[in-house]
Every structure is written in structure tokens, then in C-alpha cells.
Design a protein around this ligand. Structure first.
Ligand SMILES: NC(=O)C1=CN([C@@H]2O[C@H](COP(=O)(O)OP(=O)(O)OC[C@H]3O[C@@H](n4cnc5c(N)ncnc54)[C@H](O)[C@@H]3O)[C@@H](O)[C@H]2O)C=CC1
Ligand SMILES: O=C(O)C1=N[C@H](C(=O)O)C[C@H](O)C1
Length: 250
């Protein structure tokens, strides 16, 4: 059987360099291009890439994806910075290229995906829910894509269950002390040398709390998810948001 022809964009970065190694080691894949900053995107078409794994920067991801989708190259995207407006633009490009698929995964690690799912399931049973994400200090964005998605999932679950707003009597606070408000769920970002990628979801009810914690200790934690995404996205046209869609969790 022919191998899946995979390219990595952002190949010299922290996660991109790990992805290059993972694709090279996968028996059913061939690494056909490894692009860094300044390399021309034409390399992707010249190399015959079927899938591009996009691991760059929120400022770069849209141009890279526009090129890929216009050229029928499927995308597996880990880069963060997604807004509703950006998703709508991407959907527009995909509408014009209906056989092309793009997976956007806020987090490729199985533990983080399960953390989001467990938080979503638990959210309606507790009065209070807050998210703390902790990352290495070289991270460009805050809050993390994973924390923003977790908070949105919690908020959606609470809205669907008609939960009232969270209790919070704060009437005086330093700017930022209560974190960022993501659809009514406070999200707090820690940047600390020594850390990689970590998240806690704190849920509180009368007389009890539940803490769901996940730790990515090495970039290898993201690789099985990236490889799975590359295998599945070629047969999944349109936009898929969240690796859970390829995990048969239910
Ligand atoms: N979804 C997930 O599971 C994960 C997502 N990420 C996200 O991936 C992105 C990259 O993270 P890191 O590797 O830590 O950053 P990094 O800064 O170490 O690597 C990014 C690389 O992309 C390169 N780059 C920038 N613009 C480019 C362009 N136009 N074309 C080609 N290369 C370009 C940079 O030179 C750099 O080598 C971030 O948005 C981060 O949040 C990181 C880890 C896991
Ligand atoms: O920048 C990182 O490192 C990570 N970014 C992603 C995010 O913003 O959620 C995924 C993971 O947390 C690592």
C-alpha cells in the first residue's frame, strides 16, 4: 500500500521537530517536506504532499491553511489562536474545495482530550467552574487553546442544563485577578520555567470540590494524536474541530 505523503510546517519548532521525527518513524507515512519560517509554500505542491501538519504561530496559520486548502492539501492543525471569525474564513475556503479536510485540534494528547470531555460531563453538577492552565514561558498565546476550548465546553454544558451564573461576590479586584472571562468561566494562565503544558479544571459544589488535572510532560504526548489526525483527515472532508471526533469516545 502506498504511504501517506505528509509535510510538516513549523518543522524546527518545539512540537514541529517532534512531529518530523514521529512522521519519519511511522511505517505508513512518508515525510515529503519540512518547512520552516521563510520557506516557500510551493514546496508542498512540488513535493506532492497529501497532508500538511501545521504547527507554527497564530500569525502564520491562516496564510498557510489558505494555501493548503486551495491546493487540495488536507490540514492537521495544532496551532492556536482560533476565533469564530477565523473559523468562518476557513469554512469558506473549504466550501470552495469540498474534497479537502482540515482537523483543528486544540490539544493532540489523549489525556487533555479526556480532561475536556470529563469537564464537559461534570459541569452541570457544580455551582462553580474555573480553569487554570500552566505552560512554559515561551508560549505565545494566553489563555491556551486547550483552556479556551475547555471553558467553552463547560459554558455550553451549563447553558444546556439551565445552570445559573456562577456565584462570585467580588466587588473590588486588581485587573486580571479573576482571570479571563470565557463565556462566564474564569480562565487563569500561569507561565513558569520548567513547565510544559498542564491544566486543572476546578469544580465546586456545596461541601465538595472536584479537580481534573492533566500534565503533558513531553512533546511526545502529542504525537499519537497528530498521526491519527493525519490518517483520518484524508477521509473526512470539511472542518473538524477537536481530536475527540476521531476517537470514538461515546
Ligand atoms: N494542539 C496541540 O496539541 C499543541 C499545539 N501547540 C501549538 O503549536 C504552535 C507552535 O508551538 P511551539 O512548537 O511551542 O512553538 P515554536 O515557536 O517552538 O515553533 C513554531 C515554529 O514555527 C515556525 N514558523 C513561524 N511562522 C512560520 C511560517 N509562516 N512558516 C513556517 N514556519 C513558521 C517558527 O520559526 C518556529 O520554528 C503554538 O500555537 C502552540 O500553542 C503546541 C503544542 C501542542
Ligand atoms: O504552546 C503549547 O505548548 C501548547 N499549546 C496548545 C494550547 O495552547 O492549548 C496545546 C498544549 O497546551 C501545548
Amino acid at each position: 500500500m502506498s504511504k501517506l505523503r505528509v509535510a510538516v510546517i513549523g518543522a524546527k519548532g518545539r512540537i514541529g521537530s517532534e512531529a518530523v521525527r514521529a512522521v519519519e518513524a511511522a511505517e505508513d507515512m512518508e515525510l515529503v517536506a519540512a518547512l520552516g519560517r521563510g520557506d516557500t509554500l510551493e514546496t508542498l505542491t512540488e513535493a506532492g504532499a497529501q497532508v500538511a501538519v501545521e504547527l507554527t504561530h497564530p500569525d502564520a496559520v491562516m496564510d498557510n491553511l489558505e494555501f493548503c486548502v486551495r491546493n487540495g492539501i488536507h490540514g492537521v492543525v495544532g496551532t492556536t489562536g482560533w476565533t469564530d471569525e477565523r473559523l468562518a474564513r476557513l469554512r469558506g475556503w473549504l466550501d470552495a474545495s469540498p474534497r479537502t479536510g482540515v482537523l483543528i485540534a486544540p490539544n493532540f494528547s489523549i489525556g487533555a482530550v479526556l480532561t475536556m470531555r470529563f469537564a464537559q460531563q461534570a459541569a452541570r453538577f457544580f455551582e462553580s467552574a474555573e480553569v487554570i492552565e500552566l505552560h512554559h514561558p515561551n508560549k505565545a498565546d494566553a489563555p491556551s487553546g486547550t483552556a479556551a476550548r475547555t471553558a467553552k465546553l463547560i459554558a455550553e454544558a451549563r447553558a444546556a442544563a439551565d445552570c445559573p451564573p456562577q456565584p462570585d461576590a467580588t466587588s473590588s479586584a486588581l485587573d486580571g485577578a479573576r482571570g479571563a472571562d470565557v463565556d462566564g468561566v474564569p480562565v487563569h494562565s500561569v507561565r513558569l520555567r520548567g513547565l510544559l503544558a498542564h491544566q486543572e479544571v476546578l469544580l465546586g459544589g456545596v461541601g465538595e470540590t472536584l479537580t481534573i488535572r492533566h500534565d503533558s510532560l513531553h512533546h511526545s504526548s502529542f504525537m499519537p494524536g497528530i498521526l491519527l489526525g493525519a490518517r483520518r483527515v484524508v477521509a473526512t472532508p470539511g472542518l473538524t474541530v477537536g481530536l475527540e471526533n476521531f476517537l470514538d469516545l461515546d
